[in-house]
Design a protein around this ligand. Structure first.
Ligand SMILES: Nc1ncnc2c1ncn2[C@@H]1O[C@H](COP(=O)(O)OP(=O)(O)OP(=O)(O)O)[C@@H](O)[C@H]1O
Ligand SMILES: [Mg+2]
Length: 277
């Protein structure tokens, strides 16, 4: 097997509290290769903090330690701000749920979608523009030329989210972390965007860490699933077997997955005792 893109061992993220540091990610180990790995778990289980730790985007107060945190063999715990800038939006991409916090309202969409090409490549302006417009089209935006010229305020939330996804994919990251990236979109659009992310994963040999609370979606799109609970990974399973896990916590989550009726709501908190064996 080739070396994984991302290799994480013993990752710990802790926040200060009155009782000293409290770990919200508590010794997590996993790898991501050129595949789709899903991270699932209840609200507060530490999924986003795990993703942010990999991106070097934790809040200042957080304390991070790891036995190993490597991207393409580079130790991420040892790189400085300049190297981070070289990695983010280039080798490593992150898509968050809410484009309101990720897009700059003052700047035209085109400029924001092209930014990583501007920063990390020497492509001339005309080619950057052509790539941006074709990417806006790929994420299913109607009239990409108009979107290119518009500012974020002119777009709906769903369109803004697709713009974010276009901005992250345009420079073909080797690893993309999608933290509930499609949760705010309606069902049809989720399918469209996930299909796109999956085909790019396959075509470009990208790795995708898909953070999601939607177990059905994960079963449909991921290769492997990591189940988090209370800051730890409690189960690892092939996505196609997600509905047949022998782990009682995973099967409780599976049974609690939203139906078409409750779609869009967060996972309920599973009874604390139920998950124990
Ligand atoms: N800035 C912070 N200071 C202290 N604790 C924090 C901070 N941010 C998050 N936490 C705590 O870290 C824990 C893990 O949070 P995280 O955001 O990773 O959960 P999550 O699994 O992504 O949940 P969700 O499904 O709701 O997005 C939570 O208990 C949360 O309260
Ligand atoms: Mg989260």
């Amino acid at each position: 097997m080739t070396e994984p893109l991302l290799d994480v061992a013993g990752l710990r993220v802790a926040f200060p509290s009155e009782k000293g540091f409290v770990a919200v990610v508590d010794g997590v180990s996993f790898t991501v290769g050129r595949e789709i790995v899903a991270l699932v778990g209840e609200s507060g289980s530490g999924k986003s903090m795990t993703g942010r730790a990999v991106m070097g985007l934790l809040p200042d107060r957080a304390r991070i330690t790891a036995d190993r945190l490597c991207f393409e063999g580079r130790d991420l715990t040892r790189i400085g701000p300049r190297e981070w800038r070289g990695l983010r939006g280039n080798g490593l991409g992150l898509i968050l749920q809410d484009p309101k916090y990720s897009l700059n309202p003052a700047l035209r969409i085109g400029r924001q979608v092209e930014e990583s090409l501007f920063l990390h490549t020497r492509l001339p302006a005309a080619q950057r523009r052509a790539r941006a417009i074709s990417m806006l089209e790929k994420v299913g935006l109607p009239d990409p030329e108009w979107v290119y010229r518009s500012r974020p305020g002119a777009l709906s939330g769903g369109m803004g989210q697709r713009v974010m996804i276009a901005a992250m994919l345009i420079n073909e990251p080797r690893l993309l972390i999608a933290d509930e990236a499609t949760s705010a979109l309606d069902r049809d659009l989720q399918v469209q965007v996930l299909d796109l992310m999956r085909s790019l994963t396959r075509e470009m040999g990208m790795g995708l860490l898909l953070i999601s609370h939607d177990l059905q979606q994960v079963a449909d799109y991921a290769d492997r699933v990591l189940v988090m609970r209370g800051g730890r990974i409690v189960d690892q399973i092939a996505a196609k077997n997600l509905g047949r896990s022998e782990n009682s916590y995973t099967s409780a989550l599976w049974r609690a997955r939203p139906s078409a009726r409750t779609y869009g709501t967060k996972l309920p908190v599973i009874d604390r005792e139920e998950g124990r064996r």
